[in-house]
Every structure is written in structure tokens, then in C-alpha cells.
Design a protein around this ligand. Sequence first.
Ligand SMILES: [Zn+2]
Length: 75
Amino acid sequence: MAAEGKTLKVSCPGCARQAEYSPDNPWRPFCSARCKNIDLGAWASEQYRIAGAPADPIDMGDTGGPADPSRSGTH
Ligand SMILES: [Zn+2]
């Protein structure tokens, strides 16, 4: 009558394979450390890409007008 042996399985976000979602699987919901690392790496890359993207290239310099005198000396 016990529910033992009933293992919850989920699709690994990394490779879409069936991964055990249980305390026995430290990588859950991934199937392995490899998939977990891949996912984290992709996530980190995404973050870096967003953070490193130039928000406003115009702000880099020449705007066609004189520099704001109040901003000089703040460099
Ligand atoms: Zn996987």
C-alpha cells in the first residue's frame, strides 16, 4: 500500500531527458551536473551580454553640442 518506488520524473531543462526529481538527484531538475552547468553557463552568458551591451552609443561622446560645463571636472 506504500507509495514507495513512485519516482517523480521531470524533463531535464538541459537535454530534455527524463531526470529523477528526488533527493537522490542533487542536480534536479537536471539529469546531471553537466546539464546543470550548461544551463547556468547559458544563464550567466545571457546576463553578461545584457550588462555589457551599450545602452546608448550616443552618450559616448559627440552629441553635436557644447559639453555641459557643470559636468566638467567630474571626470
Ligand atoms: Zn540533462
